[in-house]
Design a protein around this ligand. Structure first.
Ligand SMILES: C[S@@+](CC[C@H](N)C(=O)[O-])C[C@H]1O[C@@H](n2cnc3c(N)ncnc32)[C@H](O)[C@@H]1O
Length: 325
């Protein structure tokens, strides 16, 4: 084994859990309206499309959160005394590199634990990071962060991070449960860093999910390819239209795929046949937007206390540093 391979360890929990994915699929498509869990977005093509979304001019989230990390990394490292980072939904860890870089420079970087549903992106990221930071150990975990929290190895002086506004994809109850799991896994001296997208100008929000190049539409439609591959199905993505809008009651963007005609779709591995009326939608994502009060209340409800709130001058995005109560 090379030194780099020695520095990388990956646990794969998803292959053992195919039945779990099929169960999610059956449950979502039996609801009214029909829904798909957003984790189905992220096969290799979906992860690559999300990386492209992050570079779009309309998608202010990524560049704003990255700038916030650049401005706050030193303070976070000093305040917390962390030596390892567990990242849930790590993806390509593009922004995380800012934090890892600052920890490396402060001689504090020991271990990085990326946790994601997509194995290809975790392996690629692990290789890139161990090449960049000699001495860094990467322990990747391939799993579902809603189900496999108890499979995360325990640590010390750990910062758990959940970036990209992904917390907005949960229902309010789901977000509370998810954060409770995180709080329960935290030891004295551990911290939590949460990225949240903030409530803002409706047009700016609308444009971020309806980009002019149609990348978000491709990302949304690709979920049907993922479902086909998991369930041996025959969804025809060309028969659907991407729709994303701001829903005022819950302060959230909703993404839908609307059927352009009546259809009957077989998903044999899931043991179901789905019928759609012309114009009927499948909800593929919610993305709730927050303010400081809402984040603080959510953290408290999960057993954590907000310690620091970092935001940009235009209040587009926020990072919250918290610890277990
Ligand atoms: C919105 S992207 C954010 C990626 C990255 N953290 C960022 O901020 O750019 C969500 C990430 O979470 C992962 N993900 C989504 N649902 C997941 C689940 N249930 N379990 C594990 N990973 C999941 C996706 O594969 C994707 O990499």
């Amino acid at each position: 084994m090379t030194d780099i391979e020695d520095a990388i360890h990956i646990d794969v929990h998803l292959k053992e859990d195919r039945e779990g994915a099929l169960k999610d699929l059956r449950a979502g498509l039996a609801r009214t309206p029909k829904e798909l869990n957003p984790h189905f977005f992220y096969d290799d093509a979906g992860s690559a499309l999300f990386e492209k979304i992050c570079t779009l001019p309309e998608y202010y989230q990524t560049r704003t959160e990255k700038a916030l990390l650049e401005a706050s990394a030193g303070d976070i490292i000093e305040t917390t005394g962390i030596e390892e980072v567990l990242e849930l939904g790590s993806g390509a860890a593009t922004k995380t590199r800012v934090l890892l870089n600052a920890m490396h420079q402060a001689k504090k970087l020991r271990l990085y634990l990326p946790f994601d549903v997509n194995e290809w992106i975790v392996r690629r990221t692990a290789k890139e990071l161990t090449q960049k930071y000699p001495g860094l150990k990467v322990h990747g975990i391939i799993g579902d962060f809603e189900k496999h929290h108890d499979l995360i190895p325990t640590g010390k002086h750990r910062l758990t991070i959940f970036l990209g506004g992904t917390i907005g994809n949960f229902s309010p109850k789901g977000a509370q449960r998810f954060l409770q799991d995180i709080a329960e896994g935290m030891h004295p001296g551990d911290h939590f860093l949460l990225g949240t997208d903030l409530i803002k100008d409706r047009q700016q929000l609308h444009d971020a999910y309806n980009d002019s190049q149609g990348v978000t539409a491709d990302f949304n439609l690709n979920i049907l390819n993922v479902v086909n591959s998991i369930a041996d199905g025959n969804f025809d993505p060309t028969g659907f239209e991407h729709r994303a809008f701001f829903e005022e009651t819950h302060h959230r963007i909703e993404m839908w795929l609307d059927a352009k005609r009546e259809m009957v779709v077989d998903l044999p591995k899931a043991g179901i046949t789905v019928t759609l009326k012309n114009g009927e939608g499948i909800r593929t994502e919610i993305s709730t937007k927050f303010d400081q009060e809402k984040v603080s209340a959510l953290l408290e409800s999960a057993g954590m206390r907000l310690e620091k709130w970092y935001t940009d001058p235009d209040n587009l995005f926020a990072l919250s540093l918290a610890r277990r109560i």
